[in-house]
Design a protein around this ligand. Structure first.
Ligand SMILES: [Zn+2]
Length: 294
């Protein structure tokens, strides 16, 4: 199988979580081996989506260039790009953040579906994991283990009556992602939003783009999209964060209470451990298990 890009340019618009103003986004085709590249039209700079360019992981994953220009909240868009198997794509933005849309990756999946994929000339490469790799912080961990098929297992334990202990496992295919993961929204607590607003952040955050909770309950009148929507969103985030590796991977990802920070450390650790993986061309049986359903 060859590398994929999209067939045509596609435009969208959405509110930025932090600035709270509309941001224009367009997705355009790119050639083989270009990867995922952001272009900030307002400051005329390109930023590649790769672990070395990560500048912050506290609330979202943020990449930047040497001049201090950044693109924030990249993980939901990268998650959709990964699910569609796209290797090369240009993302043009007129601001420093990817629009939050509805807090999930569903709108980006719709854009990519409209744009359709096309094969390029170069072969597609994937990471085949040979040995397990893990990053821990207290009881929290993220781990990749060798597997014949790509899988994700996530558990969380939030001391809040609406969350508690939740877990979810995903057998990764594009169809399963679209059905089980893509609509899971990000979530936040009212007290944190008040605190962020005081710092002029989260100005665009609302019940339209997140599950918001006070101390006792969920404030969104429509309720949840999935019973365990919180943990499903953590899988959505993990897929987006690990897209920074630059290649798809055939491995089993497991995490308890993982974060953007731990996911980022995992990508750095993996790229610094050449004995743990093999970069192989995706063909034959590997293609069947990975992309058969596309
Ligand atoms: Zn998220």
């Amino acid at each position: 199988m060859n590398q994929l890009t999209i067939q045509k340019k596609i435009d969208g618009v959405g509110i930025g979580l932090h600035k709270g103003v509309p941001i224009k986004i367009s997705l355009s085709p790119l050639g083989s081996n270009a990867g995922v590249v952001f272009y900030r039209s307002d400051v005329d700079t390109y930023i590649e989506a790769k672990p070395m360019n990560v500048r912050d992981t506290t609330m979202a994953t943020v990449v930047g260039d040497e001049k201090g220009n950044i693109v924030s909240t990249i993980e939901h868009l990268l998650s959709a790009i990964y699910a569609f198997g796209i290797d090369n794509i240009l993302i043009t933005l007129d601001s420093y953040e990817v629009p939050i849309m509805d807090g999930s990756s569903a709108s980006f999946c719709m854009m990519l579906k409209d744009a359709k994929t096309q094969q390029l000339k170069e072969k597609k490469k994937v990471f085949m994991l040979k040995n397990s790799i893990e990053v821990k912080k207290g009881d929290n961990y993220v781990k990749l283990a060798p597997s014949l098929t790509p899988k994700y297992n996530f558990s969380i334990d939030f001391p809040h009556p609406s969350i508690g202990i939740q877990s979810h496992s995903l057998e990764f295919t594009k169809e399963n992602y679209l059905e089980e993961i893509s609509r899971a929204r990000t979530f936040g607590f009212l007290k944190d939003i008040h605190m962020l607003r005081k710092k002029d952040l989260a100005l665009g955050g609302s019940l339209e783009n997140a599950i918001v909770m006070d101390q006792k309950r969920i404030l969104n009148l429509e309720g949840l999209r999935y019973e365990n929507e919180f943990v499903r969103h953590k899988i959505l985030d993990a897929i987006g964060d690990l897209r920074l590796l630059g290649y798809p991977y055939i491995a089993e990802y497991s995490s308890h209470a993982g974060s953007h920070d731990l996911n980022h450390e995992l990508t750095l650790e993996l790229l610094n451990s050449p004995d743990k993986f093999e970069l192989v061309e995706l063909d034959g049986i590997k293609e069947m298990i990975f992309y058969d359903q596309r």
